[in-house]
Ligand binder design. Structure first.
Ligand SMILES: Cc1cc2nc3c(=O)[nH]c(=O)nc-3n(C[C@H](O)[C@H](O)[C@H](O)COP(=O)(O)OP(=O)(O)OC[C@H]3O[C@@H](n4cnc5c(N)ncnc54)[C@H](O)[C@@H]3O)c2cc1C
Length: 796
């Protein structure tokens, strides 16, 4: 309880208050001041409406010389905090643990739309935080009966206890943040250590692009809702500055400029001088500034959105705990609550850190605690903008509520997030308190010694891959949770997406299931390698990577004047092997299963696969197909060897020699592009060929065999990519094998040279299946401007 509360609820009677300050002063000569003494002082000081100079001196003298009981000292520091005064003593954890956002009255405390819960609804939304209320808001005018339930009051948990930021780039990272795509890659490597690195690289780049698309959608819907409903929530899209912690991070931030530009967003890179000018912060490294981000009052926002939802027919029942969800094919879902049962066709679970309590199968979504402190009357240097840094880590802003006369409250959160056993816990950490203080005093040295007026905690939900869960867990049961501390980047869009799913029973294409579905948390196998669309996308990305490396190789081979395998390239276009093919039934399934690439297939599966293929017996030097020919089929080598070569400025250069078990030609099958190399028989060979049409039919079937075959094609692509990389390294020894993925190239997909690290290869991931992208028309300009900005910022 703080003195503010004390003075409004338990004002001392006039008899308790000494008649004059000198009388009061004499009382303080008692050996130890207790809480009632401090209350009397507070009543005097705060009762006057403003702090007079003489009272200030008086309080300073008390601070210097009085003795306090432990509670009295906390209460005294609370008074100092409210007045914006300093103490000469150690700054204690404030007694007030109420979130800044909860200071006003709650318009929906204990709200019940009707005295009794309805027995049925079309959609039940569980959880009235940012996500659940966004879902209810989206559902309000589609003619469905929507019931919103919360075990507490709306925005009582994370949504009313956070830092009040909305951000375009959710910066979850393992260790120091190094940019969105490298961050994704580190998570992926940690989560799926046995998946080939080339696949993880492709998947991470795609994830980064999707995450940014989702966050952008989130910011747009947030803004539109605020304006459409006229929600007064201190919305301040003044920008977000993230200060780098080391050079790697600086590089990562610069790379993000490109990623953002691909989504039509302009991000600025700020030099240290600019940071000092704008914020008065002496930064050691440069920063990334995102103009449209900023702060808002999340509690007021939720209440405004909720008011609109209730107006349009959504029913709200607070203090109603959902105890279980029983799903059946015939009845939909039975929601058992502390106030009775509701039957529904669709249920949206928006319970974030509490999800595993309700659905133990989602125990991978773990609650973590974050702590925030508020300091009053701080010079308003942030002016509605956010600042973050991994050095802490720390986030802070100065919300617009209470900003006046060049001063504003300062909200500072940070220290490492801590796992929680119980998501409802309100226990604060004295260690985090100490950390927050030192971070605060580092950024605002003028605050040293000023006690914070309140400090609170709240629960966040973390997932093992750092991505949110938005999608169907089972038919009709939709999850929207797990934002890894970045609800400000996701929750509004996640709520809307969950609502769309309840309306259409379909997952929007901007939330591909293999990336965002909660089902990915039910197993350790990556969905992106066990489902058809995921595998296909990986294949497509690998093809593009190979194309890029082949282009690089062609350049390098010319540059290094490597010995050609033939003086001139074949002039005639050869589309396929000459002569007659044979049926493939003469091939023994076991001979294929003996190869690593087909070892996962059963005998029956190989037999079925062989039915889709034809056999070629080819003699040495036969050209199978030439570079640039249309293609559309792929081959498996059963016996013999095949040379792969490319035309480098008129000369035929060998890239690789493939032996039995290898698959080749799949790029033109997957991408439908012309052959990217010439293949010819090095030693008499037996090959199997499959055409695009039966292959597509097989893949469309989605059978286990189809997925295995797609995985085999991918393995072939990975080994081709590794072979090409190796060849490139032989030509250019400066290249290293430990190439880290570097996110996102300009839309052309061409290689972006990186003067500092020439070995780092940038390849654009194909997102053609996503409709989230809107390329700026003058992308090249944006990209060029941004790159220049990075260079300039680094040298100023
Ligand atoms: C201290 C702190 C600082 C943060 N800072 C930031 C930040 O700076 N930037 C940022 O982007 N994000 C931040 N976040 C994260 C962000 O606040 C959350 O991601 C976001 O609020 C999640 O919203 P939600 O609606 O999904 O979950 P919540 O707001 O937690 O809502 C879940 C609701 O479900 C209800 N519920 C749970 N179980 C049941 C049940 N069985 N029956 C009925 N109701 C139930 C709860 O009562 C609760 O109201 C922070 C979070 C915290 C705690």
């Amino acid at each position: 309880m703080s003195l503010q509360v004390v003075t409004t609820r338990r004002l001392p009677s006039p008899r308790d208050i000494p008649a004059s300050r000198s009388q009061l002063k004499s009382e303080f000569r008692s050996p130890v001041l207790n809480t009632s003494d401090v209350r009397k002082i507070a009543a005097q000081v705060l009762g006057g409406g403003r702090l007079t100079e003489s009272w200030r001196r008086e309080l300073e003298a008390i601070d210097r010389s009085a003795k306090f009981s432990r509670n009295a000292l906390s209460l005294f520091q609370d008074l100092q905090a409210q007045l914006g005064m300093r103490t000469a003593r150690p700054v204690l954890l404030p007694i007030n643990n109420q979130p800044f956002w909860h200071r006003g009255p709650h318009p929906f405390a204990n709200y019940q739309s009707t005295p009794r819960l309805p027995g049925a609804a079309d959609v039940v939304v569980i959880g009235a935080g940012l996500t659940g209320v966004a879902a209810a808001y989206r559902l309000k005018d589609v003619g469905l009966q929507v019931v919103l339930l919360d075990q507490g009051d709306p925005a009582g948990e994370a949504s009313g206890r956070n830092g009040g930021n909305f951000e375009l780039l959710p910066e979850n990272s393992v260790g120091i943040y190094e940019g969105l795509a490298p961050g994704r890659f580190t998570f992926m490597r940690q989560r799926y250590p046995s998946v080939p690195i080339e696949v993880l690289q492709a998947v991470s780049e795609r994830q980064a692009s999707l995450v940014l698309g989702l966050a952008l959608r989130n910011r747009n819907i947030l803004k539109d809702t605020i304006f459409k409903e006229g929600i007064l929530c201190d919305f301040s899209p003044k920008g977000w500055l993230h200060i780098a912690t080391n050079e790697n991070e600086e590089q990562g931030l610069c790379d993000e400029v490109t990623l953002a530009a691909q989504h039509g967003q302009r991000i600025a890179i700020w030099s240290r001088a600019k940071i000092a000018d704008e914020f008065g912060i002496d930064a050691a490294f440069l920063g990334r500034f995102i103009p449209g981000d900023g702060t808002y009052h999340p509690f007021k926002y939720v209440c405004g959105e909720l008011r609109a939802a209730l107006r349009d027919g959504v029913a709200l029942y607070t203090r109603t705990k959902v105890r279980s969800i029983v799903s059946s094919d015939t009845h939909g879902h039975r929601i058992r609550t502390s106030r009775g049962e509701i039957t529904t066709r669709f249920v949206i679970v928006a319970t974030n850190a509490f999800t595993r309590d309700l659905l133990p199968e989602l125990s991978a979504i773990e609650p973590y605690q974050s702590q925030v402190m508020v300091t009053e009357h701080v010079p308003d240097r942030a002016r509605g903008r956010i600042v973050t840094s991994d050095n802490g880590p720390v986030f802070f802003n100065q919300p617009r509520e209470g900003a006046a006369g060049g001063r504003a409250p300062l909200l500072m959160g940070g220290g490492d997030d801590r796992p929680m056993k119980n998501a409802s816990s309100r226990r604060r950490s004295p260690m985090v308190h100490a950390r927050l203080l030192s971070l605060r005093d580092g950024f605002y040295p003028e605050l040293v010694g000023q006690p914070p007026s309140a400090e609170w905690v709240g629960p966040m939900a973390f997932t093992p891959d750092g991505l949110p869960c938005i999608g169907f867990l089972r038919p009709g049961l939709i999850i929207a949770a797990g934002y890894n501390g970045y609800g400000g980047s996701y929750t509004t869009a996640a709520g809307h997406a969950a609502a769309e799913m309840a309306i259409t029973n379909v997952v929007p294409d901007w939330l591909p299931e293999e990336i965002f579905s909660p089902r990915r948390l039910l197993s350790n196998d990556p969905l992106f390698l066990t489902e058809r669309t995921g595998l296909w996308r990986v294949a497509s990305s690998l093809c593009q990577q190979i194309e890029s490396v082949n282009r690089e190789l062609s350049e390098a081979l010319t540059l290094h004047q490597a010995t050609p395998i033939a003086a001139t390239a074949p002039t005639a276009r050869i589309l396929g092997p000459a002569g007659e093919s044979l049926p493939s039934n003469s091939i023994e399934p076991e001979s294929l299963r003996a190869f690593d690439s087909f070892s996962k297939f059963s005998r029956e599966e190989v037999r079925d696969l062989l039915c889709l293929m034809r056999r070629w017996n080819l003699t040495k030097d036969t050209v199978i197909f030439t570079e640039g020919s249309p293609g559309g089929t792929c081959f498996v080598i059963v016996e013999g060897a095949v040379d792969v070569s490319i035309n480098a400025h008129g000369q035929q250069q060998l890239l690789a020699t493939l032996t039995a078990g290898a698959v080749f030609g799949q790029m033109s099958l997957i991408e439908g592009v012309p052959r990217s190399a010439t293949c010819s028989v090095r030693a008499d060979a037996v090959l199997l060929e499959i055409e695009r049409e039966p292959c597509e039919e097989l893949l469309r079937s989605g059978s286990a065999m189809a997925l295995k075959f797609l995985a085999t094609l991918n393995e072939g692509l990975i080994s081709a990519l590794r072979g090409a990389d190796l060849r490139l390294m032989q030509l250019d020894p400066q290249r290293t094998t430990a190439e880290m993925p570097k996110p996102c190239a300009p839309p052309s997909g061409r290689i972006v040279s990186n003067a500092a690290e020439p070995h780092r290869r940038d390849i654009k991931f194909d997102n053609s299946l996503d409709k989230t992208k809107s390329w700026p028309s003058s992308f090249a300009d944006v990209f060029q401007a941004s790159s220049d900005e990075c260079m300039v910022a680094r040298h100023t």
